[in-house]
Write a protein that binds this ligand. Structure first.
Ligand code: GDP
Ligand code: MG
Length: 338
């Protein structure tokens, strides 16, 4: 009987080897398994599900925020786009408005939403003027959380969480305003902040570089962690790539929704005393750099940091407040005061 015990599996194994050996070219037990097809499987699933990507824009009136949104949609991004819809209004001192475009390229669908926040910091008393913005951000976390803790939860939860917040800095050439510092300090703990220098065509290249340098120094002095945050670099490769980006920040952008004829091509630009500043020309300003950073290189990471760090922090606090025991009711209309 010892043979029966050892023999059966042995025979089965030999049979299996033979079968593998005869099936397909060169397949052995240690041969091709097909793990690399996981990437293709993931790609297919992701393509079907589509993406949500939500950018928020903050800064005081007149800094060119709405123009930059239009620029974003009029530039390469929206040459793929088709149609738009959706609007979100909060009747408060700050009116927050979300505009969505569904963009499709190479079979991949992305719903790009830009949340514009007009009027930030325009009041005489700007104390706590970031409250409506932080409320909006937290409301989106709350919405997601409610969907997540639902017993019959959706297969795919619609994601309205703010994946990044572009903070517009006035091109004064001097320094950051107290309000800039306060805002970024408060909000960098709840959302990915990306500071940008607005209307950079109003500065000379030297002024611009000096200002960028000064802003970086000030952010460092005040301990403001903007995206991509040092502490979330995954490995050396990540760190090297992100170091380069951090050294180039804040991006000095120019927005425009007007087209000009340059060398026989129609380009988005602004007419200045020196000629036409081409918005999408990396030699003229850093709009294209910002756009590529947001969409081509860091979109997935922005979403991951939002989910794994910012949302996780919110979720942990919220469930803790709840005693960590009872799920939040889906019909619970009470708002979080976090
Ligand atoms: P918002 O209040 O921040 O939304 O600013 P708007 O987008 O409404 O722009 C305010 C004004 O600034 C408009 O007259 C724009 O044409 C102008 N503007 C927008 N972007 C730029 C820019 O990059 N450079 C310059 N020089 N002017 C700009
Ligand atoms: Mg505006």
């Amino acid at each position: 009987w010892p043979f029966r015990l050892i023999g059966r599996p042995l025979i089965t194994a030999i049979k299996l080897c033979n079968w593998l050996g005869h099936s397909g070219s060169g397949s052995t037990l240690l041969g091709y398994i097909g793990i690399d097809t996981i990437i293709e499987q993931m790609r297919k699933k992701t393509m079907k599900a589509g993406f949500d990507f939500n950018i928020m824009i903050v800064g005081h009136s007149g800094l060119g925020k709405s123009t930059l949104v239009n620029t974003l949609f009029k530039s390469q991004v929206s040459r793929w786009s088709s149609g738009w819809g959706g609007e979100h209004k909060i009747p408060k001192t700050v009116e927050i408005k979300a505009v969505s475009h569904v963009i499709e390229e190479g079979g991949v669908k992305m719903k790009l939403t830009v949340i514009d926040t007009p009027g930030f910091g325009d009041q005489i008393n700007n104390e706590n003027c970031w409250d409506p913005i932080s409320k909006y951000i937290n409301e989106q976390y709350e919405k997601f959380l409610k969907e997540e803790v639902n017993i019959a939860r959706k297969k795919r939860i619609p994601d309205t969480r703010v994946h990044c917040c572009l903070y517009f800095i006035s091109p004064t050439g001097h320094s950051l305003r107290q309000l800039d510092i306060e805002f970024m300090k408060h909000l960098s703990r709840v959302v990915n902040i990306i500071p940008v220098i607005a209307k950079s065509d109003t500065m000379t290249p030297d002024e611009k570089n000096e200002f960028k340098h000064r802003v970086r120094k000030e952010l460092e002095t005040h301990g403001i962690e903007y995206y991509p945050q040092n502490e979330f670099d995954d490995d050396m490769e990540d760190k090297n790539e992100n170091d380069k980006i951090r050294e180039a920040m804040p991006f000095a952008v120019v927005g425009s929704d007007k087209e000009f004829q340059v060398n026989g091509k129609r380009v988005l630009g602004r007419k200045t005393a020196w000629g036409v500043v081409e918005v999408e020309n990396p030699n003229h300003c850093e709009f294209a750099l910002l756009r590529d950073f947001l969409i081509r290189s860091h979109l997935q990471d922005l979403k991951e940091v939002t989910h794994n760090i910012h949302y996780e922090t919110y979720r942990a606090r919220r469930l803790n407040d709840n005693g960590g025991l009872h799920p939040i009711s889906a019909n619970n209309t009470q708002e979080s005061n976090l």
